[in-house]
Design a protein around this ligand. Structure first.
Ligand SMILES: NC(=O)c1ccc[n+]([C@@H]2O[C@H](COP(=O)([O-])OP(=O)(O)OC[C@H]3O[C@@H](n4cnc5c(N)ncnc54)[C@H](O)[C@@H]3O)[C@@H](O)[C@H]2O)c1
Length: 329
């Protein structure tokens, strides 16, 4: 099978991870890169690898099928739009953009150019999330009516991450909001949020937040999160409880999901994690590859993902205006 050629933009934290995965991938080959950092640029240049400092130069000179964007969030709109206008498909790190107007212009460009723009919501492709989704779809707890989702970590990124105005709601919570949409099979209808900067925080913006989120399915979720946790941290998947008419599903901190039925609350039933392949980033790549081969939309493309992104953006609007805000993609 022919490998798809990629131009990789950004070889920093996440970019190095992608580089490693792609270096031994059966379906993709990175044939060029763009990176502003001089040290990284020189390292690749000295190996004779086609690398550029200017994105448009890279786009013009590297004859790729798709562009992988793993640069800071404020580059997502200009890079994704330029790539699609140049006829390339896009696979891009979350979050989709930095505001709703930019997100909508990426969506419009994807539709008018007929190019795919898939966003890397890798958490929903994780084995735990996939197993929980399968249990929910099998109806083990019936219709989900409410739940709680918490994510608490103590992480020092340094750099641009720590300068964001809303590092939790605009950058990280997008994973939890996307998992909720995936689990519930529903978009959010409205959100009420509060975000703040704990006194000990090393982030310049609001690194902690709580939110009440209503979904079109009728489910209500209580969300809480922090990048500057002071005690026991949750797993990266977060801690989740979903409550349905027949019972509850849990993802506890150890990532081993289970459910309990209302009639037998003291008898937890483990949810089997089927060794799916591919999962996580491999799952994303598989879905992207399949979409390009079969001419179909992948899950988490911009048309879908704008509904995830809208939860975070409207949560920020709610936190700023101290009121419920309706969520529209
Ligand atoms: N999916 C996930 O779980 C996950 C995890 C971490 C980060 N991310 C996302 O990945 C993206 C990158 O984050 P990161 O943590 O790798 O950041 P980073 O700062 O570690 O790396 C970014 C790289 O991009 C380069 N760069 C910056 N501006 C550029 C430009 N205009 N053109 C070309 N190169 C440029 C930098 O020199 C750096 O090497 C962000 O959107 C972030 O939200 C996703």
């Amino acid at each position: 099978m022919k490998k798809l050629a990629l131009l990789q933009v950004g070889l920093g934290g996440m970019g190095s991870w992608w580089w490693q995965i792609l270096s031994e991938h059966p379906n993709f080959e990175v044939i060029g890169a763009v990176e502003l950092n001089d040290e990284i640029y020189q390292q690749f240049h000295s190996m004779g690898f086609p690398i550029f400092k200017n994105f448009l130069d890279g786009l013009e000179k590297v004859h790729c099928d798709a562009v992988l964007i793993c640069t800071p969030n404020d580059t997502h709109r200009p890079y994704a739009i330029a790539a699609m206008r140049a006829g390339r498909h896009v696979i891009m790190e979350k979050p989709l953009a930095t505001n709703m107007a930019d997100a909508r212009s990426i969506l419009k460009t994807s539709q008018s150019s007929k190019r795919i723009c898939m966003i890397c919501q890798n958490y929903r492709f994780g084995p735990v999330a996939m197993a929980v989704k399968q249990a929910l779809d099998a109806g083990v707890i019936g219709r989900v009516e409410y739940g709680e989702f918490s994510f608490h970590k103590s992480v020092r990124f340094g750099g641009w991450h720590e300068q964001l105005e809303e590092p939790l709601l605009e950058d990280m919570a997008v994973h939890q909001f996307d998992m909720l949409r995936y689990f519930l099979g529903s978009n959010a209808s409205r959100v009420m949020a509060k975000s703040w900067k704990p006194s000990w925080s090393w982030y310049s913006g609001n690194a902690a937040a709580v939110a009440a989120i209503d979904f079109e399915s009728g489910c209500s979720i209580a969300y809480s999160g922090s990048w500057v946790s002071r005690g026991a941290e949750t797993s990266w998947n977060g801690r989740l409880r979903l409550v349905g008419e027949k019972g509850e599903i849990y993802i506890p901190d150890d990532d081993r999901p289970f459910y309990v039925l209302a009639e037998t609350p003291d008898q937890p039933v483990p949810i089997e994690i089927v060794p799916y392949y591919p999962t996580g980033h491999h799952g994303l790549l598989y879905a992207f590859y399949k979409a390009l081969q079969d001419g179909i939309r992948p899950p988490t493309d911009v048309e879908d993902n704008i509904n995830t992104f809208a939860i975070g953006m409207n949560a920020i609007l709610s936190a700023k205006s101290n009121r419920w805000v309706s969520v529209k993609g």
